[in-house]
Every structure is written in C-alpha cells, then in structure tokens.
Design a protein. Structure first.
Length: 438
C-alpha cells in the first residue's frame, strides 16, 4: 500500500490508508488513545486501542494503517483541514523514537529568544515558527516568478571575493590558501558585470556584514534578493520595477499564505495604487514638524526617523510602504550615480515598510573614467577592481538595480520583534549555531 499524505485522506472516507509522520500529541481517554499525527501536508486525528498507542510519545516517527472515518458531528474541528474525519487505527509501526522534549513545542513562541535558537531543530517544528519560513519561501518564489516574467535572467554569484564590495571595516576576512579574501557584502559588482551579458539579471545571494553590534535589526549573514537592469531611461524605472516586485510579493503571500498570516493575526502590508516617493531631506523636514526632533542635517534616517515617516505614510497616504530617495553621496557606495541637479545627492532610494528599510537601490555610474575616479576617491585601489572595471571599460549601458532583504521583509510582514526570528539559523556577534559567550 502506498503512503497517503494527511491532507489527501479527506478523499478516502471509509477506505484503508497508510500514513507516515510525527506524533504531535498523545491523549489517553479510557480504553482508547487519541493521536494527532502531522506530516508535511497537515494534521490528522487518529483513534486507536490503548494497546497500540500506549508506548507512543510526542515526536515519535510512525507509520500508521487504518480506516478513514467521518467524525461525529459534535466532534468536527472547523479549524483543521481534516477536521471532518479521523483515522481508525489498525496498525502502528514505530520508525524512530524520540527522547522526552525539553519543553512543550506548542509553546515555542513563548520561549526566550536565546532558548528559541539554542534548540532550533526542535522549535522549528512549532507550527507558528514553521509558518515564518513558509512565508519566506513564498517571498523568494514570488521574487523569482516576477523577475523571470519581466525577462530577467537568474545567475549565481560567488561568496568569496578578493575585495570588500562596498568598502569599510565591516567585512569578514578569511584565509584563502595563503592569501587574504573576504566574504561578500553583496553580489553588487557581479550583477553589474552580468548586465553587460544578459541586460537584466537577478540572484539570490548570502551576504555578510561584520557589524560590531547586536540589534533587533541586524544579523551577520542574510539572504539578499538582488536585481539589476540595463538600458534604463530613468533611474525611476528601477523604482517602478521594484514596485511591481513588492506588490506581487505581498499579493502572493496574501493568496498563498493565508493560514500562516492568520496564525499571527496580521495582514500583508497595504499598498495603494502607487508607493509614495519623497526625498530624504523632505522626510526629515516632515519628521521635524511632527516631532520637533531635528535631524535635518544628518546624512541618513535614524531608526526612529524610519518609524516616524512610515507612520506619516500610513496616516497621509494610507500606505504601509514608502520610498525615500536622494540619499547623500557620502553615504552611498562609490558606484552610485550622483544627481545631475545636485551632485551632493544620489539617484538612489530605500523602501521602508512599517518602520524598517527592506529595499535599497539606485542608478549606478556606467562611465568607466568616472568609476575609476570614484574608486580612488573612496580610498580604494583600482587594481583590486580589475575584473569589475573590464565590464565598463568595454561598454556598459545606463543601468541600476535594487536589493531586498529577505529576512527583513518577513519580519515586517509578520511584525516580529527581532530579525533573528526570521532567520533559520541566525549568525551574529554571539552565535554561530551555538552561543559564543556564557
């Protein structure tokens, strides 16, 4: 007899099936035992005589044969896809035993964050925690689907690089045979090179930032969803394309992850006809007028500023999402295109969602001589960028792109408190699977 997935058992009322999965709960009730079984498709209640179920414990892996029966009307569970049926057990085979759990998996979301991560292989079995990564999977699937539909080509970017992509000290240096190399801060240089090959490209890359701080907004390794496109007529083409990606992403999550969203009692972020777009200096002025907090001369928005301008966007534009544009040149990497009307600013943007940046992007410099000049101006060595510069030396169209932080999007959709909750196995200053400090 072939295995039947749990959610398919609803098609087999009064027929014999064989299912496989984990014992989620065991409940004794007089002469019978009730089991909740789960597999990748869902959950099913099974009823068996005590002699069959007495030795089972939570998380045992089992194979069960039995007859699918309709539940009595008063026993129907409307919250379960299989809630109108149950399995009358005839045979149980234990495929793997499990030790007693250190805590109740069903209470996993109530654990402290350190304990949640210390026991990650176990806490990931919690239905609500597992839902976080179902949503991340949908986000990545939607990203791929949208860009493929827009004639973008996917490529794979290297993780070990010869030079820090965006400069600065926040890089992981590694021993590369007898030489120094780095873990990539982003796939930026490679996706620009690939524009000269395919015109429109995207990649899913692991990116690394050695930020010497522990916050709820940062982790040392994250998943970056990157896109780059050539022959743009305007830098606003990039925001238009990114807007399509984000709108499709939220719509796909809402359509395909309704059960997961319901677990968190939340809806996907709201976007109107168009995402609002305002300059960074105008955003700082609005924040000053609303709060009297004067950051109008600062080169970037503070975390509090990001939250405040998102509150403004929600109140004034009925949008959970907003573009902030024209960040100062000194706060952007060497390849960012300066605003022709004011070279102190750049043709760049961030997208904020519910108080946090989730996307960054902009037009890039495609002129070889200007890039060479900027590399020196940013205290870098042109010879370190030889491969990168070849793409521009031999012809690069006007181009630009954007990058989305996968974990940040998940965090903001679900309203999680800490970015680590949206990372399967987060890396930070104090953790690389195990805690590095006592």
């Amino acid at each position: 007899m072939q295995r039947t997935l749990i959610n398919e058992t609803i098609k087999y009322t009064d027929k014999k099936v064989r299912i496989k999965g984990w014992v989620d709960t065991v409940r004794g009730h007089g002469a019978i035992t009730f089991l909740d079984l789960r597999d990748r498709s869902g959950m099913l209640q099974a009823v068996c005589p005590n002699d069959l179920g007495k030795n089972l414990k939570e998380e045992y892996v089992v194979e069960i044969e039995g007859i699918v029966k309709a539940r009595p009307p008063k026993m129907v569970n409307p919250n379960l896809e299989t809630g109108k049926i149950e399995l009358s057990v005839e045979k149980i085979t234990i495929l793997a035993e499990a030790e007693s759990l250190p805590f109740d998996i069903k209470e996993g979301m109530k654990l402290s964050l350190p304990k949640l991560l210390d026991y990650r292989p176990i806490t990931l079995r919690n239905e609500k925690i597992k839902a976080i990564f179902k949503i991340e999977q949908q986000i990545i699937k939607s990203f791929r689907k949208t860009l493929t539909g827009l004639d973008f080509v996917e490529f794979q970017s290297p993780t070990i690089v010869p030079v820090a992509t965006e400069g600065g000290a926040e890089v992981f240096r590694i021993d590369y045979y007898d030489r120094s190399a780095y873990l990539s801060q982003s796939p930026q240089l490679y996706k620009q090179i690939m524009v000269s090959i395919f015109e429109r490209v995207f990649t899913l890359a692991h990116a690394y930032r050695a930020e010497p701080s522990v916050t709820t907004r940062h982790i040392a390794e994250y998943v970056s969803l990157d896109a780059e496109m050539g022959f743009i007529d305007s830098w606003e083409d990039l925001m238009d394309t990114c807007e399509v990606v984000i709108k499709n992403m939220f719509a796909d999550v809402e359509e395909n992850c309704s059960k997961e969203l319901k677990m968190f009692d939340i809806k996907a972020p709201k976007i109107g006809k168009n995402i609002p777009r305002i300059r960074m200096r105008d955003a700082q002025q609005i924040i000053f007028e609303r709060t009297k907090r004067d950051n109008r001369k600062e080169p970037d928005l503070t975390p509090e500023d990001e939250q405040e301008i998102c509150a403004w966007a929600k109140e004034e534009k009925d949008s959970d999402v907003i573009y902030i544009t024209h960040y100062p040149t000194k706060k952007r990497p060497f390849y960012t295109f300066p605003d022709p009307e004011n070279p102190e600013d750049t043709l760049s943007f961030d997208m904020l969602c519910r108080g946090l940046e989730i996307v960054t992007g902009g037009q890039r410099i495609n002129d070889y001589k200007k890039l060479l000049e900027n590399i020196k101006k940013w205290d870098n060595k042109p010879e370190d960028f030889e491969i990168y510069l070849q793409a521009f030396k031999y012809g690069m169209p006007p181009e630009g792109g954007f990058a989305l932080g996968s974990e940040r999007i998940v965090k903001q959709i679900l309203g999680l408190d800490n970015l680590r909750e949206a990372s399967l196995f987060p890396r930070d200053m104090g953790r690389i699977d195990r805690r590095l400090s006592s």
